[in-house]
Design a protein around this ligand. Structure first.
Ligand code: URA
Length: 489
């Protein structure tokens, strides 16, 4: 018997045929399975299958009965059907046949057919995961004047439909499309639409966000931590030609040994100036709220309510327009912020800049601030290593942020990380559990949106950064897009 599926990933059609064949007693070696390529006609994946001509003859079909199959096998079929191997349908039907004729099979973990199917499912899962990690969107302005994010990706298996809902959830606020050679998917903010394959030449040209990403990638590449074998495992070569950063990997890897050596051999940097304590009479009067941001800066600079201020170069207050809709609040200035006197100018700030550029969110339209105004660090040799401010220090500093909020009057507050979230909400916050939604708990009525601090992303292993960055980007997109709805709530 010859069975043809018009859609190679139509699990429903496969199950219908397989059930009928099994009920009719057709053994696997009598069936030839065939699944054509997706046709690109935009048809709904699980809509009516055009496979009527492939149904078993009426005499056999009328004998069809539903055979109970274990739930794990149905799940396995859902994964294996996405595999590119042309023999996958024959394998699945053979397994179905054997499961109903050999009761011991389901308890045999070493059976060759089962092992092969499980390996295929694993390869599909891995491809799904890699697509989530390695899709890189480029911003494109359409003829209709609308902005879209477009990515080109070459999956190993037929995973586009299965993976699309993930991207719809992650990038719900963006209009985006993912083009692949066999299947394309588009999200218009409300619904997913699928089309046939695209040509590599339709891939959009690099945008400014991509250049920023490359600069950032080069900047954070640490030659002393390079583990090539692990990198190859997590980022297989077949994905490289669509990853902008891949062009950098080889030269950076080649130069890594020499760069590490020169880091070790370099003379220590000159010790930095440590500020003298501020005289008592210059300290701000307790309980007097600053009248404007200038006064706030001067008063925070002189603050010695906790020991951090005495060691920092200067207080780093926020920057941005008065009346900004959003205030983004970080933890505390880092080494570079402390020297520059501006928030978010170091590596974490560059990552935040990149995310905002990708979302088309201009940095100068938001107010960027920190929960703690002075840089807390520990001297290790000549280097100043960031130390998280303690709870008492953060509490002592909270009134400066309150003053800043009263002066800037943002409509919503975005807490980047646990310190900011705790300061803004006045309670401990588990960031992973509470991220991604507006919380209405503050006495002043301003909603607070919790997400990760960019430094948390920088600390992740290279292979996890792409996916985590995508998730973070989706959080920020949500925080940017849903504030008026949150205010009305
Ligand atoms: N991390 C922060 O939380 N704030 C900055 O300004 C820089 C790094």
């Amino acid at each position: 018997m010859h069975v043809r599926l018009d859609d190679p990933v139509d699990l429903g059609a496969f199950r219908r045929h397989a059930r009928q064949l099994l009920a009719a007693g057709v053994p696997p070696d009598r069936v030839e399975w065939n699944a054509s390529q997706a046709t690109g006609d935009g048809a709904d994946l699980f809509g009516a299958a055009s496979d009527a001509d492939a149904a078993p003859p009426a005499a056999l079909a009328s004998a069809a009965q539903h055979q109970p199959v274990p739930a794990w096998f149905v799940e396995l079929c859902g994964d294996v059907i996405l595999h590119r191997d042309p023999q996958r349908l024959a394998l699945l039907y053979r397994l179905l046949w054997r499961l109903s004729h050999e009761p011991a099979l389901r308890h045999d973990p070493l059976d060759a057919d089962l092992m092969q199917a499980r390996q295929m499912a694993k390869a599909v899962h891995r491809d799904i995961h890699k697509m989530r990690a390695f899709v890189r969107f480029t911003r494109v302005l359409g003829d209709d004047g609308l902005e879209r994010h477009v990515a080109w990706f070459e999956p190993e298996h037929r995973i586009v439909e299965a993976n699309a809902p993930f991207f719809a959830r992650r990038f719900a606020q963006m209009r985006w499309a993912i083009l692949t050679p066999e299947r394309c998917v588009e999200w218009n903010g409300h619904a997913l639409a699928f089309e046939g394959g695209a040509d590599r030449r339709e891939k959009p040209p690099p945008d400014a966000g991509e250049q920023l990403w490359l600069t950032y990638y080069e900047h954070i590449f640490n030659p002393a931590r390079l583990k090539l074998a692990m990198m190859r495992r997590e980022m297989p070569r077949r994905y490289w030609h669509n990853l902008p950063e891949a062009t950098l990997i080889q030269p950076l890897a080649e130069a890594a040994a020499a760069r590490s050596r020169s880091m070790i051999e370099a003379p220590p940097t000159a010790p930095r100036r440590i500020r003298a304590p501020i005289a008592l009479h210059l300290r701000p009067a307790a309980g007097v709220a600053p009248a404007d941001l200038g006064e706030l800066r001067a008063a925070a600079h002189a603050c010695r309510d906790c020991p951090i201020g005495a060691l920092a170069t200067q207080a780093v207050c926020g920057e941005g327009p008065l009346g900004a809709t959003h205030m983004l609040v970080g933890e505390q200035p880092g080494d570079q912020e402390d020297l520059a006197g501006r928030p978010f100018v170091g590596p974490a700030g560059q990552l935040l800049d990149r995310a905002m550029a990708q979302l088309g969110w201009a940095r100068d339209t938001v107010y960027l601030a920190n929960a703690v105004k002075h840089f807390k660090y520990e001297l290790r040799g000549k280097r100043r290593i960031h130390k998280t401010a303690g709870q008492r220090e953060a509490e002592a500093c909270a009134h400066w942020l309150d003053s800043e909020i009263s002066l800037v009057r943002p409509q919503g507050l975005v807490a980047l990380g646990a310190t900011a979230a705790r300061t803004l909400l006045g309670r401990p916050v588990a960031v992973q559990a509470e991220r991604g939604a507006w919380l209405h708990e503050r006495g002043d009525g301003r909603p607070v949106f919790v997400t990760l601090h960019p430094s948390a992303l920088l600390r992740l292993p290279d292979a996890e950064q792409g996916e985590a960055f995508g998730h973070w980007l989706a959080d920020l997109a949500l925080a940017r897009g849903t504030l008026s709805a949150a205010m009305a709530a």
